[in-house]
Ligand binder design. Structure first.
Ligand SMILES: Nc1ncnc2c1ncn2[C@@H]1O[C@H](COP(=O)(O)OP(=O)(O)OP(=O)(O)O)[C@@H](O)[C@H]1O
Ligand SMILES: [Mg+2]
Length: 466
């Protein structure tokens, strides 16, 4: 467009310059500069955003408290992450690696919502027949579902005006372009301008908007950082492609907590909800194997039980090898140092491989105790009892510190058949279900002295139930 100016913008911090930089002078990130086209002043004046009516300030006292109208998505796991369902007039950004299942999830959502509410599914990536094929494979039938294969933002807005949907899905925002700028779809300007159009429309008309966002090389959301500020909730759909479990996590939510996760399993019939993640995580747990310890962590308000595995082998390297999967590497090193110093276990002569099953990342210090006991079990080559579980934070002198939600954790553990639970002493007076022995421990010495903890020598083969 005539009179448009080109500037380069850092997608991380928003720093602008007329020249391209390999490294951002402001935030020092590499390869974050993208071309951005600033529309001429004339075009800006014509922009649908700037030409909106001038708003007037209102006294906060005079405003009514709104009742959020939530549209249940019909998928409890998805609603849980959103804080109870899609809020009318809000915008949600759903992001994730290519092929992780974003379109699958949204098509299934159309199936549950699309019978009662009018849904418009705009796809810039797939044709109508592709969408039909997917819907058929997933068994989605929705009488009020409209699909549109369009990438021009103004045309999409016109279609929204025509059919007046309650839910609009844009798959994906990187394929849409607004006429106002001449840069290509997916560029910083286009993503910003077109999402602004949709978000303003959603707020004005009260429909729920779901934008699908691509990720960049580093795994962050592609496009301008400001996009994450503009929307009301940012959800990440994560999981490893090799594993069938998928987790939705909110990194921002203006209408609910960001602690909740939703767990799904990818099957041939699409994504299936996993209402009971602990059972799913423990399904393939081997029995009577050294280095394995069950742990109960809280994900939001939900206790989840998973397994920590430690493989400890004599090292052949000058400096021993350590890998941590699902646990913070530095936290593992700290725990190894505590075990070496306080219990005199010589991990410095062993390689240590630590793994959390099910693709869960343990960010809570409450998993420390289980990491310790898995490592001790690994180095001694003695298995812990199969019905043993623990949680608690470990301090630098080997003391066991209390953590929150202990009652919930104990109850969930008991529900799944864990009858021997080691917990921090201060929280051990919780009323435990019948048949469950709760051992309160002050420190690691007391933990390893729990009667009959390391009595079984590992049998060399992994035994199954039979
Ligand atoms: N016919 C099929 N049978 C079983 N699983 C399938 C089939 N087709 C696709 N899938 C699964 O669905 C996944 C693709 O899901 P989907 O298209 O929803 O991903 P996406 O996140 O939308 O990807 P993109 O970012 O590329 O649009 C595949 O990785 C595969 O696991
Ligand atoms: Mg897709």
């Amino acid at each position: 467009m005539k009179g448009d100016k080109t500037v380069y913008v850092c997608t991380e911090c928003g720093y602008k310059n007329a020249k391209w930089y390999g490294k951002c002078p402001s935030c020092n990130e590499f390869n974050t500069f993208e071309e951005d086209v600033v529309p001429s002043e004339k075009a800006q004046r014509k922009s649908p955003v700037s030409s909106m009516l001038r708003a007037h300030s209102t006294k906060l006292d005079g405003l009514e408290t709104p009742d959020y109208i939530r549209v249940g998505s019909g998928m409890d796991e998805f609603d849980r992450v959103l804080g109870g369902g899609l809020v009318s007039g809000s915008a949600v950004l759903l992001s994730g690696e290519p092929g992780i299942g974003k379109s699958t999830l949204l098509m299934q959502l159309c199936g549950t919502v699309g019978n009662d509410e009018r849904v418009l599914y705009v796809s810039g990536e797939e044709s109508g027949s592709q969408l039909k094929l997917r819907a058929k494979r997933l068994g989605v039938t929705a009488s009020e579902l409209f699909v549109l294969n369009e990438t021009n933002a103004s045309n999409i807005i016109a279609e929204i005006d025509d059919i007046q949907p309650s839910v609009v899905i844009i798959d994906s925002i990187q394929t849409v372009f607004a006429d106002i700028s001449s840069s290509s779809p997916g560029s910083v300007t286009q993503v910003r301008e077109s999402s602004m159009l949709f978000i303003n429309k959603a707020k004005a008309e009260g429909f729920s908007l779901i934008l699908v966002g691509h990720v960049n090389k580093e795994g962050g959301i592609a496009g301008p950082k400001v996009l994450e500020h503009m929307v009301d909730a940012v959800l990440y759909f994560e999981g490893e492609k090799q594993h069938s479990y998928r987790i939705i996590r909110a990194v921002k939510n203006r209408f609910g907590s960001t602690n909740e996760i939703g767990v799904f399993e990818m099957t041939e019939r699409g994504l299936e909800q996993v209402p009971n993640p602990s059972e799913a995580m423990l399904r393939e747990r081997p029995k009577n194997v050294s280095g394995s310890c069950a742990v109960c962590v809280m994900e939001g308000t939900r206790p989840i039980i998973t397994e920590i595995q430690a493989l400890v082998t004599p090292t052949v390297y000058p400096s021993p090898k350590r890998t941590a999967n699902g646990v913070d590497y530095n936290r593992m090193c700290l725990i190894l140092a505590v075990l070496e110093k306080r219990l005199g276990l010589h991990f410095s002569q062993h390689d240590v491989y630590l793994n959390v099953t099910g693709g869960i990342y343990l960010s809570e210090p409450a998993s420390d105790m289980a990491v310790c006991l898995a490592l001790i079990s690994g180095i001694l080559d003695r298995a812990l009892p199969d019905d043993f579980i623990t949680f608690g934070e470990i301090g630098l002198s080997g003391e066991c510190r209390s953590v929150s939600h202990s009652e919930q954790r104990i109850n969930e553990s008991a529900r799944l058949g864990f009858n021997k639970i080691a917990v921090p002493k201060r929280v051990s007076d919780v009323k435990a279900p019948q048949g469950v022995s709760v051992h309160g421990v002050n420190n690691l010495f007391e933990a390893i002295r729990i009667p009959q903890l390391f009595v079984k020598k590992e049998e060399n083969t992994v035994k199954d139930d039979g």
